[in-house]
Design a protein around this ligand. Structure first.
Ligand SMILES: C[S@@+](CC[C@H](N)C(=O)[O-])C[C@H]1O[C@@H](n2cnc3c(N)ncnc32)[C@H](O)[C@@H]1O
Length: 155
């Protein structure tokens, strides 16, 4: 299975880098994980940044048109760990088995981006900073594989 995380910026704190690498390493037992880091525009007005960054995402996603796109979005439907696992499990059983998770820009997604027909997933009604969220997403992907394989993991 091929998993992409498409996000903005780089991890710049050692504790985030170490934590993410730990989960990425664990995930590598089950899937190919690739992180694609885009350069975020943040110096203009919020609304302009939002549109520029969302358009950049849409452009990048053209390359991944053979992937199932999962847009991580605070304001969307909340998914439990089990529901999130089902998304990965269903994708795993598809012929292509390619999935791309999007971590959005700091000013949010444009209306045009949100109007796309992507599955949108929230991990709860709290806004997490993008670097921490990258670590949490990796942990949940790893947890999903442990659940799918009936392997023991922390409760
Ligand atoms: C700092 S947040 C952006 C917050 C932005 N103001 C908004 O309303 O979307 C950066 C990204 O982290 C992800 N994120 C943060 N918390 C999340 C949550 N609870 N559930 C799902 N995604 C989350 C989303 O992909 C979001 O676009």
């Amino acid at each position: 299975m091929n998993i992409k995380i498409i996000c903005f910026g780089k991890l710049d704190k050692k504790f985030f880098i170490d934590s993410f690498n730990e989960y990425a390493n664990r995930i590598s037992k089950y899937a190919n994980l690739q992180v694609i880091e885009l350069k975020e525009e943040y110096q203009k007005e919020d609304i302009v940044n939002k549109n520029i960054n969302s358009d950049l995402l849409l452009e990048k996603l053209k390359v991944f048109s053979d992937h199932e796109i999962i847009c991580m979005d605070v304001s969307s439907k909340n998914y439990s760990t089990e529901e999130f696992t089902s998304i990965i499990e269903n994708n795993k059983n598809l012929k292509q088995a390619k999935i791309a998770f999007i971590i959005g820009p700091s000013d949010g997604y444009s209306d045009k981006f949100l109007a796309q027909n992507f599955k949108k997933v929230s991990f709860g009604n709290i806004t997490l900073p993008h670097q921490l969220f990258r670590v949490i997403l990796a942990e949940q992907i790893y947890r999903a594989f442990k659940i799918m394989n009936n392997e023991k993991y922390h409760k």
